[in-house]
Ligand binder design. Structure first.
Ligand SMILES: [Zn+2]
Length: 170
């Protein structure tokens, strides 16, 4: 059984490997990730966060306008376009429990990825979906949302996580 890992676990700082093709093993990892993400609960998860260095991302959220559940897996996701317009949104991360910060990122992106059937998908996303995907795809290259903050703020948050996890174990 895989579990969530937390800062400062070095696996969160490593690059995830591209997968050759989506097979049974990759689908199994995605399924586990989906379960862990829903249970946490979180809106997105990258495989690094359960200690697996493969380029897999899962996403789950409810679209506020359409009330539809957006729920899918991306294999080898790659952002090929960033809009010039940027937007500030609050972010959190399952690897940094209880920590939140306002982060500025491009508003829209174009993302390319393989779906479960090895089909190459290319789509433009905006809003919350764009935000979650940028955050999760950062994980695959060992980047965390706190890296957009000053080192002072980042270190405080990482220390707070340590405290949080210590208290949780008690
Ligand atoms: Zn995260």
């Amino acid at each position: 059984m895989q579990n969530l890992i937390y800062v400062p676990d070095p696996l969160l700082r490593q690059k995830a490997d591209k997968i050759q093709s989506v097979g049974t093993a990759e689908k199994e990892i995605a399924k586990t990730m989906m379960q862990i993400m829903l249970k946490a609960p979180g809106v997105g998860l990258a495989a690094n966060q359960i200690g697996i260095l493969k380029q897999i991302v899962t996403i789950f959220f409810v679209d506020q306008e359409t009330k539809k559940e957006i729920n899918y897996t991306l294999f080898n996701p790659n952002i090929t376009y960033y809009s010039e317009e940027k937007i500030i949104m609050e972010e959190g991360c399952l690897s940094l429990p209880e920590q939140f910060a306002e982060i500025e990122r491009p508003q829209n992106i174009v993302v390319e990825y393989l779906d479960e059937n090895n089909k190459l998908i290319k789509k433009e996303v905006s809003g919350v979906e764009s935000r979650i995907l940028q955050h999760e795809i950062d994980h695959l290259s060992g980047k965390l949302f706190v890296d957009y903050l000053s080192s002072l703020k980042r270190n405080i948050m990482i220390k707070k996580v340590q405290k949080f996890l210590k208290n949780k174990k008690k």
